[in-house]
Write a protein that binds this ligand. Structure first.
Ligand code: FAD
Length: 484
């Protein structure tokens, strides 16, 4: 916490959101970091209750030339909400109103609503909000919009951007911009709301989100299929998707991940099983759902098929996949989780390259992912002694994904940990247009500084420079742990 936090700022913030909703010092410690190792001091954290209060805080910060960082639940895996330039962190947790509008099949949510609440409320009316990041019970809809989050069901249903039909955004000027509404179609002018989706708090602060809902499928059938090689599992993904099937979810877990969740996977998979795919089909017709699942399992052609025979068994298979992140956090390693995606047909080659990299570098790499989307999360697990190798290994993974026609971030965003690689993925023209949009909407660069845009040439060693990375803003503290 900055000792220089001046009292007049605290008083001015309190005048806008109430004294009880301004925190400094130890009380604001939770807002100095996300779940990565990054951390930085701030001047104050505030908890506005309305869009108008958010706008008033933004106007005050603009008058004082103070950085403004929007914060949801802080589950970012790329340093997104870490206040790297200090300033005021705007926590959206009090914007937690949620309305289900069944007649229009939409939900209207304050940015601070935990996403699982939207799906849960929709389910009570036979509806569903499909995007389901593994963090669905922790992360907020505002954070999901800011990162264009994905998840398990996205292979069939798409990502957050596919469901947002309305947004309220506070701009860097403090103006309130309302876009879209309770309407499923619109072809009138530029799709401005898409500009804010995935903008990671650098173009505006989202205060309200309207999402469309769809009917909740009545039946679900799930299987876990084991393979003798990781690449074999990767190749099977293409067979299913290219074979005309449309699974709800198609997840991959390698042998490290299988071992991590062995307690819930009984009986254990034989030692020669090197990977599993979790596959699910849903729908409104029981027979069709079962037939589709069996058809896909046959095409997968695995060495060990486990087809859930009951809802309890389904839950157990999904628990194994969903619980993996938590178990990973308990392992006695430092961690850095990546989020690349490649075209479906290149999954086996990407897995081959990751395995080779692990062998050459000596870094343990544990891979899970939303394979049906080509989205792989290789987690680097390393000791303190291996830390100097990590940036080069992460950089190699980014470059391999790009070489195969992929992306360095499928669903987590660029934040600060990947921003310097953005220019390898996007053309100079695309980067320049993005920069012009940023300058147009936030000409003084007050919204979430140091995120998304590269600040120096991409450098395989950049992670090693993180302590003291921005010396002019004080040192970044290494929290001793890198996120899952
Ligand atoms: C165990 C675990 C599993 C995860 N699984 C997935 C997964 O399956 N799929 C996936 O996509 N992600 C996943 N994530 C990553 C993370 O949960 C998502 O990126 C999520 O969308 C972040 O939401 P949040 O509310 O925590 O936002 P934060 O972490 O607080 O912020 C994330 C970014 O969004 C900005 N932001 C937050 N709220 C707003 C707002 N209202 N307006 C403008 N900008 C805002 C912040 O400034 C920051 O740049 C996982 C994370 C963890 C820890």
């Amino acid at each position: 916490m900055s000792a220089a936090t001046d009292q007049s700022l605290i008083l001015d913030l309190a005048a806008r959101v109430g004294e009880a909703h301004v925190q400094t010092g130890e009380a604001a410690q939770d807002y100095t970091h996300d779940v990565t190792f990054l951390q930085h001091d701030l001047s104050a954290a505030v908890h506005p209750a309305t869009t108008e209060e958010v706008a008033a805080v933004v106007r005050l910060c603009a008058e004082r030339d103070l950085p403004i960082v929007a914060r949801g639940a802080g589950t970012s895996l790329v340093g997104g909400p870490v206040p790297l330039a200090g300033g005021v962190v705007v926590c959206l947790d009090r914007l937690d109103q949620l309305e289900l509008d069944v007649a229009n099949t939409v939900a209207v949510a304050g940015a601070g609503v935990i996403t699982a609440r939207i799906d849960g409320l929709a389910n009570e009316q036979g509806l569903m909000y499909p995007p389901d990041p593994a963090s669905i019970s922790m992360s907020t809809i505002g954070g999901n919009v800011a990162c264009n989050s994905g998840g398990m069901r996205c292979v069939k249903y798409g990502v957050t951007a596919d469901y947002v039909v309305g947004l309220t955004v506070v701009l860097a000027s403090g103006e309130i911009l309302r876009l879209g509404g309770r309407l499923r179609k619109r072809s009138s002018g530029y799709r401005l709301q898409q500009l804010f989706i995935g903008s990671e708090g650098t173009l505006g602060i989202v205060t309200e989100v309207i999402v469309k809902l769809i009917p909740n499928p009545r039946y679900r059938a799930t299987a876990m299929v084991g393979f003798r090689s990781l690449e074999g599992a990767g190749a099977a993904v293409s067979r299913v998707l290219g074979g005309g099937h449309f699974p709800t979810a198609l997840e991959i877990m390698d042998r490290y991940a299988i071992d991590a969740v062995h307690a819930v996977l009984q009986p254990p998979f034989a030692p020669d099983i090197q990977a599993v795919l979790v596959i699910e089909q849903d729908g409104h017709d029981f027979e069709q759902v079962q037939t589709a699942l069996f058809g896909m399992v046959e095409l997968l052609d695995g060495a060990d098929n486990r087809i859930a025979q009951s809802d309890a068994e389904r839950e157990r298979l999904w628990h194994a996949r969903r619980n993996f992140g938590k178990l990973l956090m308990e392992m006695p390693y430092n961690r850095l989780s990546e989020d690349v995606a490649v075209p479906i047909g290149s999954i086996p080659e990407m897995l081959r390259r990751i395995a080779r990299l692990a062998q050459e570098s000596g870094i343990r790499i544990c891979t899970v992912g939303h394979a049906g989307d080509g989205n792989l999360h290789p987690s680097l697990l390393f000791t303190d002694e291996q830390r100097p190798l990590i940036s080069a290994v992460a950089g190699r993974i980014f470059r391999d994904a790009l070489e195969l026609g992929g992306t360095i971030s499928a669903e987590h965003g660029l934040g600060v940990l990947k921003r310097d690689y953005a220019q390898l993925e996007h053309s100079p023209l695309a980067m320049s247009l993005m920069r012009q949009l940023k300058d147009l909407l936030d000409p003084r660069g007050l919204l979430n500084p140091h995120k998304v845009f590269p600040e120096h040439p991409a450098d395989d060693e950049f992670l090693n420079h993180i302590p003291g990375w921005f010396p002019e803003h004080g040192p970044l503290v290494h929290r001793g742990e890198i996120a899952t």
